[in-house]
Design a protein around this ligand. Structure first.
Ligand SMILES: C[S@@+](CC[C@H](N)C(=O)[O-])C[C@H]1O[C@@H](n2cnc3c(N)ncnc32)[C@H](O)[C@@H]1O
Length: 168
């Protein structure tokens, strides 16, 4: 894990071979009612780690706002990602696991959060402009340069912070 820049925050980078088991999106598994309750009382900085998804006709959420030593919660969004988040059935319960789409070594691990209008895909902020020079020389910062007019999210880590209202 390393700090990237003030807009994107932290991200996860592959040091060695990608191991899917290391990147389960872990946290409290909660139902829709509890999701709505927590959303009302969470600060945006915590709400950004709630990943809601549909499972067998109902809404569920993995609340990863409490750090537990796992790394799935730190993985950032990219519209051309090197990983895919999949729902895996383990003994009848859903687990969110990241799978590599390509060989990954050294680069930032990312997956598509699944939306259309995340602010970082649609806006060039003053901070992004300020960091663009650094991005050109540091490969770890180059996701920042790929912001565009793509889509808005439904599930996955959502952004309820300063930009808009959504989040995984
Ligand atoms: C699950 S967190 C990922 C970890 C986060 N970067 C951190 O430092 O805690 C999701 C948040 O990361 C940020 N984020 C994710 N992907 C991004 C991207 N491609 N560009 C800018 N910010 C991003 C957004 O603030 C989003 O709400």
């Amino acid at each position: 894990m390393k700090y990237i820049n003030p807009v994107k925050g932290r991200g996860l980078f592959a040091k060695g071979a990608f191991c899917k088991g290391d990147f389960e999106y872990r946290g409290d598994m909660i139902n829709d009612a509890e999701l709505q309750r927590r959303r009302k009382c969470y600060h945006a900085s915590c709400a950004a780690f709630m990943f809601d998804f549909n499972w067998r006709g109902k809404t569920w959420c993995v609340d990863a706002s409490r750090e537990d030593g796992s790394f799935g919660w730190i993985v950032n969004d990219h519209k051309h990602p090197n990983c895919k988040m999949k729902k895996i059935d383990v003994n009848g319960k859903p687990h969110l696991c990241l799978f590599a789409l390509d060989d990954i070594k050294g680069e930032e691990i990312a997956y598509d959060y699944g939306g259309e209008d995340y602010p970082w895909r649609t806006q060039i902020t003053s901070v992004a402009v300020k960091t663009s020079a650094a991005s050109a020389s540091d490969p770890s910062l180059q996701l920042e340069t790929q912001m565009d007019d793509e889509s808005a999210p439904i599930n996955s880590p959502q952004q309820v912070c300063s930009h808009s209202s959504l989040k995984i």
